[in-house]
Design a protein around this ligand. Structure first.
Ligand SMILES: Cc1cc2nc3c(=O)[nH]c(=O)nc-3n(C[C@H](O)[C@H](O)[C@H](O)COP(=O)(O)OP(=O)(O)OC[C@H]3O[C@@H](n4cnc5c(N)ncnc54)[C@H](O)[C@@H]3O)c2cc1C
Length: 310
């Protein structure tokens, strides 16, 4: 992991920086590289275009850490609208991904579960998968509890697990039978007692978790752009062809399109995570922190705009 990740995420949380970045045309332009648009219509256009190129998709309405039950309800309403929109387009393989804190997890688990339930009912009728994103480590217990309850009532609900968390090595043994798990490295700033800090350790944990999840009978969405991990997964599948039906590749919109195309052309299922909405700032900062070159591009675009006469 980049040593600049911590400082970048801390600076990004500064209120002044956030205000400048979100209001400036340069900030919005950089966000457009990673975000499909601000409206559902714009996102659906991207979803249809990707479908035409042979990719399935997973739609995510940006937004997190809501402060009132009304905001949680509004987010769930927006998700049910997006599910109806997906359903109206026959043959489109598009799932949805929700953030627990966007559905009110920080207010109460019961609220989050109730809002998630509304989304799952709508999705079940439409035969659409819903995946639960994983956020900062303090919410993992509550998120997994919500997932277990939801999974007891619905087939098509999956959850994300983060390879950098030390606890994930045991969490994988406590999942409901035949779960669908999106395996990621992890995008939040976590202390060493909670999360592995060295890239090599995270990559090793990722590979171990991938094999363990499959051995335990779960399905794995391999959500990474790391060419070495992707090669390892392809080699594994070549020698374990029976596991192929339980593995899908997932990548983020706008990142490593070369790898997305290569895997799809080799016949692997590739799903692109398509975020949309007006609340793109926290998502963008995580993408900037993953790759300092992105930050450099972002800061220089802002600086050009802020320069007198610029
Ligand atoms: C579909 C999907 C869903 C996700 N959901 C979650 C979630 O719910 N919770 C969570 O904590 N994290 C989530 N993540 C993010 C994840 O945890 C990582 O932070 C992110 O994927 C970057 O790590 P990497 O695995 O690609 O490997 P890295 O080692 O970080 O990157 C490997 C290569 O990918 C490219 N790359 C990676 N990131 C960027 C970037 N931002 N810009 C440009 N190039 C880049 C670079 O070429 C880099 O060398 C998700 C990721 C994906 C793909």
């Amino acid at each position: 992991m980049s040593i600049l990740r911590g400082p970048i995420l801390r600076v990004a949380q500064n209120g002044w920086f956030q205000a400048v970045a979100t209001r400036s045309p340069a900030g919005r332009a950089v966000a457009r590289r990673f975000v499909a648009g601000e409206t559902l219509d714009e996102a659906m256009e991207v979803v249809r275009k990707l479908a035409g190129e042979g990719f399935s998709t997973i739609l995510n309405l940006l937004g997190e850490s809501v402060r009132t039950p009304e905001h949680a309800k509004a987010a769930a309403d927006a998700y049910t609208r997006s599910i109806r929109e997906i359903r109206a387009q026959p043959g489109l393989d598009c799932a949805v991904s929700v953030k627990p804190s966007q559905l009110g997890l920080d207010l109460s688990s019961a609220l989050c579960l109730a809002e998630l339930e509304r989304i799952l009912e709508e999705a079940e009728e439409a035969g659409i998968w819903v995946e639960i994103d994983m956020e900062a480590s303090a919410s993992v217990d509550r998120t997994l509890a919500v997932f277990r309850e939801a999974r007891a009532r619905h087939e098509r609900v999956g959850v994300c697990l983060q390879a950098y968390l030390r606890r994930t090595a045991t969490d994988v043994f406590e999942l409901p039978e035949g779960s669908r798990v999106r395996l990621v490295k992890g995008a939040y700033l976590e202390p060493p007692e909670v999360a592995l800090q060295r890239r090599r350790d995270v990559d090793r944990a990722y590979a171990r978790l991938f094999v363990t999840l499959l051995a335990l009978g779960h399905s794995v969405d391999v959500a990474t752009h790391d060419p070495r991990l992707l090669d390892g997964v392809r080699r594994y599948l070549a020698t374990h062809p029976a596991d192929r039906a339980r593995v899908e590749f997932q990548m983020l919109y706008g990142i490593r399109r070369d790898l997305q195309r290569r895997l799809a052309s080799e016949g692997y299922p590739v799903r692109v995570y398509v975020p949309y909405g007006t609340e793109w700032y926290p998502y963008l900062t995580r993408r900037l922190a993953e790759r300092p070159a992105n930050l450099w591009f972002f800061v220089s675009s802002l600086a050009r705009e802020l320069r007198p006469g610029g």
